[in-house]
Design a protein. Structure first.
Length: 395
């Protein structure tokens, strides 16, 4: 069996690894016995020299090692393929009753035992995002394994990692096609059609993680005036129209996103006069609009990508929700979300509570929302539960 370079932990710092948490922070390391290159596979041992885990080393200031195996095994193509196959089989089981839908997340980082990797499937396209140099160095193994698992069912494999890699590598890595050349396609989600552009679009092209929440949103849309803030390409807007909304306004600062939101609404509801698209900052629009809405969705980008931006993120969420509480009509319903991993469920709920108190409105929680089943949460890694949401009734 191949020998890997060794990192030894300080006494007492092995407990989180024994609890199978997949991150090792720099402060836990006692000794690095050799000059280890960024992205190398390393073996973690405790203060007594006993084996703990295998992972990818990173020279960052915070997370030093991302662990992918708690067994001492050979790391080769078959190792990566087995994990990918397990994830694929789980999706086939979990999504068997998700009708008229041909998109899903295949790999959700730590949730699937592959920290630093995201893979989204759009019909016959796989979009890959690598978040660590170690996992990026495995890209050929990942690509080959995906091709083997799907056989001839994939036309396109696109590596979209230039914006997700650590800063030290962003200038060295370019987005690229690993197979095929398709830039976009039309996908189906619960029978609704959306144009997805993985080359120009945000993230991997579409926010798959809101699938079940969009379906719930549809149930509340009948005869309501809807405002979809941070609306991107109109996901919630299409579901609102499908649910019988009187009027739907989609607001996003990106002109490109708004143009696609218009296309998606037209694709599903040709000639509709119920949809209006606005290029504007969500905070600004909500503050100044005279429109009367009784169903609002707040789905902002991550205000806090790191712990050091948490305070400003909390202020942003509080301000945004308070404006929404003050503007929404009586008997209105607010869907509000945070996709910031650094903001815990408890912190988000407390922030919304403060905004509600400041607005002096009577508010009830109808639903507490999360990411869908194809974005699994590793029970040993609660940080992978990044999406949290509330559905609120505003009296």
């Amino acid at each position: 069996m191949k020998e890997y370079q060794i990192i030894q932990l300080k006494k007492g710092k092995e407990q989180s690894v024994k609890r199978r948490h997949p991150w090792i922070f720099t402060g836990a390391i006692k000794e690095i016995k050799t000059d280890i290159e960024d992205g190398s596979i390393v073996e973690i041992i405790d203060s007594e020299g006993d084996f703990l885990a295998l992972g990818h080393y990173s020279k960052g200031p915070s997370i030093a090692v991302r662990l992918f195996s708690f067994d001492k095994v050979e790391i080769n193509y078959n190792f990566w393929k087995t994990i990918l196959e397990n994830a694929y089989n789980l999706r086939q089981l979990m999504l068997s009753k998700t009708t008229n839908t041909n998109i899903y997340r295949l790999i959700h980082g730590e949730g699937d035992g592959l920290p630093g990797l995201i893979v989204d499937i759009y019909d016959r396209t796989a979009v890959l995002q690598f978040h660590s140099i170690g996992m990026w160095q495995e890209r050929e193994n990942v690509k080959t394994a995906i091709e083997d698992i799907y056989g001839g069912n994939l036309k396109t494999i696109y590596n979209k990692s230039s914006s997700t890699m650590p800063n030290a590598f962003k200038d060295l890595i370019q987005d690229e096609f690993l197979k095929g050349t398709d830039h976009r396609t039309t996908i189906e989600e619960y029978g609704h059609k959306f144009i997805v552009d993985w080359v120009e679009g945000q993230k991997t092209g579409f926010f798959i993680d809101q699938r079940e929440n969009r379906l719930l949103f549809k149930r509340y849309a009948e005869n309501r005036k809807v405002c979809n803030l941070f609306g991107y390409t109109g996901g919630f807007s299409v579901y609102a129209l499908a649910g019988g909304a009187k009027k739907v306004d989609t607001v996003d600062y990106s002109k490109t996103a708004i143009e696609m939101a218009v296309q998606n609404c037209e694709l599903n509801f040709p000639g509709t006069d119920k949809h209006n698209a606005v290029v504007d900052d969500a905070f600004s629009y909500l503050s100044k609009t005279d429109e009367k809405y009784n169903l609002i969705v707040l789905d902002p980008p991550a205000f806090a990508k790191h712990q050091n931006s948490l305070e400003n993120a909390i202020k942003g969420y509080k301000r945004l929700n308070q404006i929404a509480f003050e503007k929404i009509e009586k008997q209105g319903i607010l869907f509000t979300f945070s996709c910031s991993q650094a903001v815990s469920t408890a912190e988000f709920r407390k922030t919304v509570f403060v905004a509600a108190a400041n607005s002096k409105r009577n508010i009830k929680i109808l639903h507490q929302l999360h990411q869908p089943i194809d974005h699994p949460v590793n029970i040993f890694h609660p940080e992978s539960e990044y999406l949290k949401g509330l559905v609120l009734f505003v009296e």
